[in-house]
Ligand binder design. Structure first.
Ligand code: PSU
Ligand code: MN
Length: 306
């Protein structure tokens, strides 16, 4: 007997794929663990609308009652946004959650796996996980980095979250053979800020070139995806000089309260939200929408290459 994966691709996502129209995958952890209610639902809807306006089809991914969904209804989106105690699923957890009939939100790593299964090549989000500050002691390195090295999905983000150790995150990505390209600039963006103090390993100036290198990597037989880092729109950015002391304070608070593992990223995002009186959230929303637009363009370029 073979056990089938309970995978449900929504009718609109399936139709788009059948017609070779562009599809952009979206994660759900950003909804359940990354933003507070009700901005999480408003943002999830706004991201989907932005992708549709850009001429592509959004495919938000989550595990709901043991079924891996690619493309959610508005009711499912709302239920997830309101749910408390939803599991955060990464590569390690997704199969267990599905097998148990559970409900969980997908991180970057898990969303990449599901997107690839469904035949989707582009995924837009806010920030990826990476090497945490203090990782020399905690060993806390997100599974997102490994995933980028093995699953062929182009991920559009706004740089690794500035709560991470950015130089170490870049080093690990290099070791894993993940191409990291800054969009339209030489400097690696740092999520809430347009610039970090680091030079990006690669630079990409147009969506067609990004689509082409996605296809070329496959043609070379090299596994894994690409990481496109798209700077936050200038009017929404919080400069590094302002955000850095706040990140430091939030990291210290996490230490004081013994927060670690899966809880660390959500805790830091919430704490920074409090310490900036919500400004970090406004920036987060602006950058995700910006990434959705770029993701849609890359996905469109890819359809013309297929
Ligand atoms: N960036 C955000 N909000 C988030 C995340 C990233 O602005 O909620 C989530 C993503 O789902 C990412 C995860 O994959 O945090 C990384 O978690 P960890 O560091 O535990 O791997
Ligand atoms: Mn971690």
């Amino acid at each position: 007997m073979t056990t089938q994966l309970p995978l449900e691709i929504s009718a609109s996502v399936q139709a788009a794929m059948n017609e070779n129209r562009a599809v952009v995958a979206l994660e759900s952890t950003i909804i359940t663990h990354g933003m507070p209610w009700p901005q999480n639902l408003e943002t999830a809807r706004a991201i989907e609308d932005t992708i549709r306006e850009a001429g592509a089809e959004p495919a938000t991914i989550a595990v709901i009652k043991g079924v891996l969904h690619v493309g959610l209804t508005d009711t499912q989106l709302e239920e997830l946004a309101q749910a408390k105690q939803v599991s955060k699923l990464s590569r390690a957890d997704m199969a267990v959650c599905i097998a148990k009939g559970g409900t969980g939100a997908t991180t970057v790593a898990a969303t990449m796996i599901a997107a690839h299964l469904a035949g989707i090549s582009v995924f837009a989000t806010g920030g990826i996980g990476g090497v945490h500050r203090g990782a020399d002691q905690s060993f806390d390195i997100s599974a997102d980095l490994q995933e980028l090295s093995q699953t062929p999905v182009t991920v559009v983000c706004a740089g690794a979250k500035a709560i991470l150790d950015l130089p170490k995150t870049l080093e690990v990505l290099e070791t894993l053979g993940v191409p990291v390209m800054a969009y339209g600039q030489d400097t690696l963006p740092a999520f809430w800020s347009r610039a970090s103090s680091l030079k990006a390993p690669l630079r990409a100036d147009d969506p067609a070139a990004i689509a082409k290198s996605h296809v070329m990597r496959k043609a070379l037989g090299v596994p894994g995806g690409q990481l496109v880092t798209n700077p936050i729109p200038i009017e929404a950015e919080v400069p590094q000089s302002e955000i850095n002391p706040i990140i430091k304070r939030a990291t210290q608070d996490a230490d004081t309260h013994g927060i670690s593992g899966k809880d660390l990223t959500p805790y830091l995002l919430q704490r920074i939200f409090e310490l900036t009186d919500g400004r970090s959230l406004d920036a987060n929303i602006a950058l995700v929408l910006n990434n959705a637009r770029l993701g849609a363009k890359i996905a469109q370029e890819l359809t013309s290459l297929k």
